[in-house]
Design a protein around this ligand. Structure first.
Ligand code: NAD
Length: 278
């Protein structure tokens, strides 16, 4: 596993260790990787408190996760899942390094939301063994993994990755390497549309959310969900869809741009479509 401190790498490591799989965690440095493990421990302790797991299961899970100082320690891993910052240059550099150091059979997976798996694969000498594994937040609780085949991904790489997702107790969905895959391609334009509806004064934020919760049985209204995901993340996904698919229907809502420009990025900043400071 690569990059653990934040939600994704740490969540993936926790899901794998819970499923009985040994995990190495690498981040910027050893102390960041260790901080990731402390975060996993806090989540597990919360589960013990809520009597979802026992203290001995907490210890068993933790004992399967080991921090490492850098990715050179991962040379013998059969599968590596990269979950570093969404930055093309960084990902290409990590994959090139992994390609150099790992066994020829090692599968290299990325948790990327928007970077082409085909492009990442092409930066290595093993594009047949490069694949996407797109997890959902919070990873230990969410059942879906989108498994994304790049143009050159081999069928047996796909089969092994799907089997691994199942081993984690997840439900894999096979996706082609097109912007947004399945979930973001459908979900984020819907959230973007809610921004247009708000901007056009069709309804206020509370009523837009009520309408979609009561009329469509959505567990959370679109504007609350956008605040939860982060408006900057929503804008970034819309920009990727717009640029890569080239259709006006993916145009980011001007109001969404304005909120991001104001620093009102949602729950994490204390303010988005709703106010979280109180
Ligand atoms: N935000 C979402 O809704 C979502 C959903 C699914 C997948 N993802 C994907 O998960 C990945 C991680 O996203 P994030 O929001 O957690 O990113 P983030 O920027 O918070 O960083 C994640 C981790 O990368 C590490 N990192 C940064 N630079 C590094 C480097 N040079 N070497 C090693 N590690 C480094 C950080 O220390 C951190 O632990 C991205 O590819 C993103 O697209 C995001």
């Amino acid at each position: 596993m690569s990059s653990a401190q934040d939600r994704w790498g740490g969540g993936i490591a926790q899901a794998a260790a819970t499923a009985g799989i040994g995990v190495l965690i690498s981040d910027r440095d050893l102390s960041t990787a260790q901080a990731g493990i402390e975060q996993i421990n806090r989540r597990l302790a919360g589960q013990v408190k809520r009597e979802k797991i026992t203290a001995s299961q907490q210890q068993d899970t933790l004992s399967r996760i080991q921090p490492v100082a850098d990715i050179n320690a991962m040379a013998d891993c059969p599968l590596i899942i990269e979950a570093a910052t969404e930055n093309m240059a960084l990902k290409l550099q990590i994959f090139q390094q992994l390609d150099q150091l790992c066994h020829k059979d090692t599968i290299l997976a990325s948790n990327t939301s928007s970077i082409s798996i085909t492009t990442i694969g092409a930066a290595t000498r093993r594009p047949e063994q490069v694949i996407g594994m797109h997890f959902f937040n919070p990873v230990p609780a969410m059942a879906l993994v989108e498994v994304i085949s790049g143009l050159a991904t081999a069928d047996d790489t796909f089969a092994a990755t799907r089997a691994f997702a199942e081993q984690l107790g997840k439900t894999p969905v096979a996706c082609q390497d097109k912007a947004g895959f399945v979930v973001n391609r459908i979900l984020i334009p819907m959230l973007n549309e809610a921004c247009f509806v708000l901007d056009e004064g069709i309804a206020c934020a509370e009523d837009i959310d009520n309408a979609m919760q009561l009329g469509c049985a959505h567990p959370m209204g679109p504007l609350t969900l956008a605040d939860f995901i982060g408006l900057d993340t929503c804008l970034a996904v819309m920009e990727v869809l717009h640029n890569e698919l080239g259709e006006d229907k993916y145009r980011p809502a001007p109001l969404l741009r304005q909120y991001v420009a104001a620093g009102w990025t949602g729950r994490k900043s204390g303010r988005g479509f709703f106010d979280y400071n109180a």
